[in-house]
Ligand binder design. Structure first.
Ligand code: ZN
Length: 307
């Protein structure tokens, strides 16, 4: 009853304000079902919108499950959806097609995850002078460090509360619950990766730089930041030398990119392969936390960690 009344008052207030030529009031940003229309550019942002927004938001993910998000292409319909959204969640510099759509369609409100947790460059992603994809580009994979992901979650929660003040308390409570879970996940990684025989791991694309930084590990990557980039012969030779030098046991493959190169490399070096998932598209009943726990177990196996 109280909520219905509040909504009525809010709508009335909007009508009055609109009468004076001011638009963009929060009450106008909700669809016919009273839900905020949120467009997220790929899985980690979709997960935040759904987890924090709950039943008060309608979330559309621009990247379908099973699609590699770096080189996403958008349909005209998706570009229109970006323009009509109440709130767009993106990570500037990660998906050029989304950057272009936001520029073209000019949605009312955009939240850039990179503004909530600043990007840095990572070694092993292009500083050696070879052009193997996104050389010298900032690393976008902030969501793979639970602490940085929590900072993005807080920003998204605050943005939802501003856009839809009627449900601000729910957004705040959901944000707190999520960041508490991320804190516990961070503690699991810290404990789980404390006593390990090695600290170097080999991946196909350089998605795990922030994770490596957070837990004192070292990522050696074959392809750089873009999973589709073809490594040069010189880079491959360098990776093999590094892998031998650091006693790497495992070549990590991932779920969305082709494992062919990693498998060839593993064969040549006589190493195992295992999956380390960069969480760029998640399906099959998994979510951020189940995949991150699987990643922790995979790292513990590869690095010879003892609990
Ligand atoms: Zn990536």
């Amino acid at each position: 009853m109280t909520i219905a009344l509040a909504a009525t008052v809010a709508v009335a207030a909007t009508a009055v304000v609109s009468g004076f030529g001011m638009v963009g009031s929060s009450a106008e940003e909700r669809d016919a079902n009273g839900r905020l229309d949120v467009v997220a550019s790929f899985y980690p942002l979709e997960y935040l919108a759904k987890t924090i927004g709950g039943s008060h938001v309608q979330v559309t993910d621009l990247t379908a499950p099973g699609v590699e998000p770096h080189d996403l292409e958008l349909s005209p319909k998706q570009v229109a959806a970006v323009g009509e959204a109440d709130l767009v969640l993106q990570l500037k510099g990660f998906q050029p097609a989304v950057d272009a759509a936001v520029k073209q369609a000019a949605p009312a409100h955009v939240t850039d995850a990179a503004a909530l947790s600043p990007l840095v460059e990572h070694s092993g992603t292009g500083e050696d002078g070879h052009d193997h994809g996104g050389a010298d580009a900032p690393d976008p994979h902030i969501w793979l460090d639970p602490s940085r992901y929590a900072a993005v979650a807080e920003g998204v929660g605050a943005r939802l509360a501003t856009a839809d003040p009627a449900h601000a308390a729910a957004y705040r409570a959901n944000t707190e619950a999520l960041t508490a879970k991320l804190k516990a996940l961070d503690a699991d990684f810290r404990t789980g990766l404390k006593n390990c025989a090695g600290k170097d791991f080999l991946t196909s694309h350089a998605a795990f730089g922030y994770l490596a930084d957070a837990y004192g590990l070292h990522q050696i990557s074959v392809s750089g930041i873009d999973p589709e980039a073809e490594p040069s012969a010189a880079r491959l030779a360098e990776v093999k030398r590094e892998a031998r030098e650091h006693g790497v046991s495992t070549v990590f493959t991932e779920t969305l990119a082709s494992p062919k190169l990693a498998e060839t490399l593993a064969k040549e070096l006589g190493l195992k392969t295992a999956v380390l998932d960069p969480l760029e598209g998640v399906g099959n009943g998994h979510d951020y936390f189940s995949v991150m726990h699987a990643n922790l177990r995979a790292l513990q196996d590869a690095l010879g960690c003892t609990a």
